[in-house]
Design a protein around this ligand. Structure first.
Ligand SMILES: CC(C)(COP(=O)(O)OP(=O)(O)OC[C@H]1O[C@@H](n2cnc3c(N)ncnc32)[C@H](O)[C@@H]1OP(=O)(O)O)[C@@H](O)C(=O)NCCC(=O)NCCS
Length: 183
């Protein structure tokens, strides 16, 4: 799917596949230290990328420039929930289900942040999920409270805050219930 970013550049959105791994490696290496610190569902070396996508419940979504085919945004959507986060989620009264829950981690290249790509890629993921049983999207390890752009981004996209926890600083757990008219 092709979209126009706020900077008027045209960008293509699609699912990641194994042919993209080299390009994805370059994308991850080029992220700033701050963005790397905010986004870390898997390690950034080549083998870790391959191992991560060996698990078929892990789906990747990318935005690419039309002209250079460079990856400029990368989001992960895992079908199911993380055992690591399940204790906290249960403590909020959430009944977890590996078929209907999913876990989400977004990133956008530094030079492309605040250009509307994160919003558009999230909408693209929602439309892709309409072919699955998934009904809820939970943040991967929550979001750091001081990550103002990400907190705004999740609020803007309809995520609700479940609670707070402390892990290398203060964080929110957030969840999105997919409206039935999208499913
Ligand atoms: C968080 C992130 C994925 C958002 O993607 P993005 O493409 O930059 O965001 P968008 O331009 O689509 O903007 C989405 C919303 O985020 C908020 N936002 C974006 N830029 C902002 C800024 N500079 N200041 C405050 N809020 C901002 C706004 O609410 C915006 O909605 P609006 O433009 O409709 O008002 C991206 O900034 C990013 O990769 N950040 C670093 C990694 C990270 O923090 N990942 C999340 C870990 S939990």
């Amino acid at each position: 799917m092709q979209i126009e970013a706020k900077n008027k550049k045209h960008v293509f959105l699609r699912r990641l596949n194994s042919d993209d791994f080299g390009n994805l490696f370059d994308y991850l290496q080029n992220l700033s230290a701050e963005t790397k610190n905010r986004f870390g569902p898997h390690k950034f070396d080549r083998q870790s990328i391959i191992d991560f996508y060996d698990l078929k419940t892990n789906l990747g979504y990318i935005a690419l420039t039309i002209d250079t085919k460079e990856i400029i945004a990368y989001s992960i959507l895992k079908i199911g929930y993380l055992e690591h986060d399940s204790g906290r989620l249960l403590s909020y009264g959430i009944i977890l289900d590996n078929n209907t829950d999913s876990t989400f981690a977004p990133s956008v290249a530094d030079l492309w942040q605040s250009c509307g790509i994160g919003n558009k890629l999230f909408q693209f993921i929602l439309s892709d999920l309409s072919k699955t049983e998934v009904k809820r999207i939970i943040l991967w390890g929550g979001v750091q409270m001081n990550n103002e752009i990400a907190v705004n981004y999740y609020n803007k996209n309809g995520f609700k805050t479940l609670g707070q926890f402390s892990y290398y600083g203060d964080n929110y757990d957030m969840i999105y219930e997919i409206p039935t008219n999208i499913l």
